[in-house]
Design a protein around this ligand. Structure first.
Ligand code: ZN
Length: 90
């Protein structure tokens, strides 16, 4: 029982490492501009790396600047709310 737990734990760590290398591999695929507005993205700029959003879908990597990301989220929220909020404001 205990050894099995250890084994599982080790396996989990292995998978995490694998996941990380995969992500780093994808990171190299990232384009250097925002897909929506075309703003330049500097991979070496830590602030940008932290604030910009990367969406990984299968083998493609999509990059969005914080502004476009917020816009997209607002749009999604509006659609989710079914525009009922704007109606209520009137
Ligand atoms: Zn943008």
């Amino acid at each position: 029982m205990t050894s099995l737990k250890k084994k599982l734990k080790r396996q989990k760590i292995k998978e995490t490492k694998k996941d990380l290398t995969q992500k780093v591999g994808l990171f190299n695929k990232i384009s250097d501009y925002c897909l929506t507005c075309g703003k330049n993205f500097d991979k070496t700029n830590k602030d940008m790396v932290v604030t910009w959003n990367v969406v990984v879908a299968q083998d493609t990597v999509r990059l969005y600047c914080p502004q476009c990301w917020n816009n997209a989220h607002q749009l999604i929220q509006e659609i989710k709310n079914g525009y009922s909020n704007t109606k209520g404001d009137v």
